[in-house]
Design a protein around this ligand. Structure first.
Ligand code: APR
Length: 232
């Protein structure tokens, strides 16, 4: 079976109703990164940071995977598929994708402020200020803040290097090291980009096809095309 790696960003969840970050109505148009997505913010204003992620977690309970998530999951019928996502939502998993690597953490998990290896699932959507983990330390969102290490990057880079086909869906390719994942794809491997906008593809040397459509429309079309190729 040929290997497909699908690399996704906030745009793949936009059609489920979740805000992206850098679009006009995106999260970073309404919140300052330095207030809610840095270790300093957590130390300076823990309540605001926890409230920001509680709000996003509560939103997640009210949205469903969209046709793009479902099409990506369906690819597993014909290909060996790995999803590498920058998203912290669980929509890929809920759509049925069986191998999902989260580069920037997961909304539905918390971790010890003392030991980053102590990671616990959260019950419901609300983290309380004084919630503590099994190690007795205070808990924090299991999210990679700006300025923090991206522990899963090496795993993701290794996955990208095994791709026979690479699909990029709904990311501006503006944040590193995540965006550099495209450089770990073997040079002859074709890359598809599904995005109505214009991500920064200047550094992509691979054969590139840009499907300039919303993911919920462009992804099912691409999957139908790839199914035909697989069926030959
Ligand atoms: N379908 C497909 N793509 C879409 C859609 C849609 N319906 N709507 C918007 N997009 C595209 C935009 O054109 C843009 O290229 O999704 C991308 C969203 O870019 P960003 O908002 O920058 O989101 P992302 O690339 O995931 O951000 C990367 O930045 O803030 C950090 O940790 C955060 O993981 C995030 C990282």
């Amino acid at each position: 079976m040929k290997k497909i790696v699908v690399f996704t960003g906030a745009g793949v969840s936009a059609d489920s109703g979740l805000a992206t970050f850098r679009d006009a109505d995106g999260l970073w148009a309404n919140y300052r990164i330095e207030d809610v997505c840095t270790p300093e913010a957590l130390a300076r204003n823990r309540a605001l940071v926890i409230e920001f992620y509680n709000k996003r977690r509560r939103e997640l309970d009210n949205v469903e995977p969209n046709a793009a998530h479902r099409a990506i999951a369906e690819l597993e019928r014909w290909y060996d598929v790995d999803v590498v996502t920058q998203n912290v939502d669980d929509l890929h998993e809920r759509a049925g994708s069986s191998r999902v690597t989260h580069l920037h953490g997961e909304l539905r998990k918390l971790r010890s402020e003392r030991n980053p290896d102590v990671i616990v699932p959260i019950k419901g959507w609300e983290q309380h200020l004084d919630d503590r983990g099994p190690d007795g330390a205070l808990l924090r969102p299991h999210i990679v803040f700006f300025g923090e290490a991206v522990p899963m990057f090496d795993t993701a880079a290794r996955i990208a290097s095994t791709a026979d086909m690479f699909i990029v869906v709904g990311t501006s390719l503006a944040v590193y090291p995540a965006a550099s994942l495209v450089h770990y794809v073997r040079r002859d491997v074709p890359i598809w980009l599904v995005d109505p906008g214009n991500p920064d593809t200047r550094l992509i040397r691979n054969p590139l096809t840009h499907i300039k459509k919303r993911a919920a429309e462009g992804m099912p079309e691409l999957v139908r095309e790839l199914e035909t190729v697989a069926g030959r």
